[in-house]
Design a protein around this ligand. Structure first.
Ligand code: SF4
Length: 332
């Protein structure tokens, strides 16, 4: 599929056929399994100033927290007891956990026989290498947009080329590599969304996470218009059709924009859900965007409801690790 064709599809108002095709593609290639990942938001300390993000360093009203190594391991053990097979360890970009500490955390989580995804931002090649050596399996680093000008505007202290390089470093280091974008950023064009999709394919990403932009009232973008759920779903459905074997989460931002956002995503190509296991006291301070929804894994009723929702659409929660079928392991 060329850029022109992608643009036409994204501009088409009637997307039902596209969603159905994406769902069919997911089921034909990956079956009816849905994978749950336990999300631990381990620190909201961040040295960056991404314009759209509610935990960026300029938000002085936010109560900052960082879980200790013991708290992280305790939370991972709890996630395992709840039946999760994968931990996603996410934080702002910071130096709270030095290399030795983070490698120790990774080793302990891996000793629990869990798959581990890291989402700690841009790091050096050496840091990624050491995390991998310690056992990390996967890494999530969203490109957010491949429009370089827009990227620089949204990330005043970021560097587009470095972000791209990080992603290729992760691939080179044999991580199951995830990236993704925000849909509906101010001044983002349909053309650039089409380029984003082609970039995912060029990178040969193993996971793609897409979320609609939601303005946070403590950021400079507080008065901007929110992204559109339908457009986000269209991008997601196209990604599924073009990359049938990758993992795609139904993101919490989709659920935040629409009551049935997660369900819609699961019947339009998504095959992953990331319930939150972060200790409740810290959770409200990990407010990347306002009124963040999502499944509270520490509430048994909510978790049960999620299982039921997944069964209602004809899928089932898998007991497997859910390694991306796209991932080609090279024993390095
Ligand atoms: S998007 Fe990530 S790096 Fe940027 S401010 Fe938010 S937490 Fe920090």
């Amino acid at each position: 599929m060329e850029q022109k064709e992608i643009i036409e599809i994204l501009k088409n108002d009637n997307a039902d056929e596209l969603y159905q095709k994406a769902h069919k593609t997911r089921v034909e290639n990956l079956g009816h399994n849905v994978y749950l990942r336990a999300l631990i938001e381990c620190s909201n300390v961040c040295s960056r100033n991404c314009l759209y993000c509610g935990i960026n360093r300029e938000n002085k009203e936010l109560k900052r927290f960082s879980l200790s190594k013991d708290e992280i391991i305790k939370t991972a053990k709890l996630a395992k007891e709840l039946g999760f097979k994968t931990i996603v360890l996410q934080s702002g970009e910071n130096q709270v956990y030095d290399l030795k500490t983070m490698c120790g955390i990774i080793e302990e989580i891996k000793s629990l026989n869990l798959a581990l995804t890291l989402s700690l931002g841009e790091k050096t090649f050496e840091e990624y290498k050491q995390y991998k050596k310690s056992g990390a399996d996967r890494y999530l680093l969203r490109i957010e947009t491949t429009d370089e000008n827009l990227f620089q505007k949204m990330h005043p202290d970021g560097n587009f080329k470095n972000r791209v390089e990080c992603l290729y470093n992760l691939k080179e280091l044999n991580y199951e590599t995830g990236t993704g974008i925000l849909v509906g950023l101010p001044n983002q064009s349909i053309e650039s969304l089409a380029k984003d999709i082609l970039f995912f394919r060029e990178l040969d990403a193993d996971m793609i996470g897409l979320g609609p932009f939601i303005p946070h009232n403590k950021t400079l973008l507080k008065n901007e218009k929110a992204g559109d759920l339908e457009l986000t779903l269209k991008v997601m459905a196209l990604v599924r059709i073009l990359m049938p074997n990758i993992n795609i989460p139904a993101t919490t931002a989709m659920e935040t924009l629409s009551k049935n956002g997660r369900k819609k995503a699961l019947i339009s190509g998504a095959n992953v859900v990331m319930p939150n296991v972060t200790p409740i006291l810290n959770r409200e301070n990990y407010s990347i965007y306002p009124d963040k929804k999502g499944v509270n894994a520490l509430n048994k009723e909510e978790l049960k409801k999620l299982y039921k929702e997944i069964e209602e659409i004809g899928d089932k929660v898998s007991g497997g690790f859910g390694t991306s079928k796209n991932f080609k392991k090279i024993n390095k």
